[in-house]
Design a protein around this ligand. Structure first.
Ligand SMILES: Cc1cc2nc3c(=O)[nH]c(=O)nc-3n(C[C@H](O)[C@H](O)[C@H](O)COP(=O)(O)O)c2cc1C
Length: 179
């Protein structure tokens, strides 16, 4: 687990290699094991592997979604607002669990933010995606996790890039000294 956490980077360029159904199954199973407040499990996943739909998802918002165009797989993470008042937290956790599971299965991934993002002046990114994928109104899309085999490995964060000044010990006045 620590090796995954220390080495994970967002992947935005994927190889052509197809992902086996069994791997996709394991990935989704991990997502469905995510913790949630009061075990409400407000997430729902729409698995997208149709290239035309992936291409449409890549324009769900003007910036930051184009990686989906050439991804072999995307998992749209939507929350049921009627099940939990903190569906955002629960769906965020499910999204990162999907990302970490992808890494564990030898895949790369990237989170595409949808909640509070706009498709254009008239439509939210959520509305655009919900129309495209027939997602009912009581659900709201939080994120899309783009997944595939990595076209290239990205180096992990170096020790220099890890900001220990963000960690305090006991009181905000006392820095946590790096070991
Ligand atoms: C809440 C959240 C929203 C993000 N939204 C996007 C996005 O819309 N498009 C994108 O390309 N990357 C997105 N990312 C990925 C971040 O840009 C990335 O995690 C960050 O730059 C750190 O890089 P790393 O993941 O390689 O460590 C998002 C990440 C998080 C956690």
């Amino acid at each position: 687990m620590l090796e995954i956490l220390y080495n994970r980077r967002s992947t935005r360029k994927f190889s052509e290699k197809k992902i086996d159904d069994e791997i996709i199954h394991q990935l989704l199973k991990a997502g469905l094991h995510s913790p949630s407040s009061k075990n409400s499990q407000p997430w729902e996943f729409v698995v997208v592997d149709d290239p035309e739909l992936l291409s449409q998802l890549s324009v769900a918002k003007p910036h930051g979604a184009c990686l989906l165009k050439h991804a072999p797989l995307a998992v749209v993470v939507a929350g049921d607002k009627t099940k939990s008042d903190i569906w955002i937290e629960d769906c965020s956790i499910a999204s990162i669990i999907l990302q970490l599971a992808a890494e564990g299965l030898g895949l790369g991934s990237c989170w595409v933010q949808i909640h509070r993002r706009y498709h254009d002046d008239d439509q939210t990114a959520n509305e655009f995606i919900s129309n495209l994928l027939n997602i009912p109104e009581h659900l709201e899309v939080l994120s899309i996790v783009g997944i595939g085999y990595k076209a290239a490995d990205r180096p992990p964060l170096s020790n220099k890039e890890i900001d220990w000044s963000k960690v305090m010990r006991n009181s905000y006045n006392t820095v946590y000294s790096e070991k």
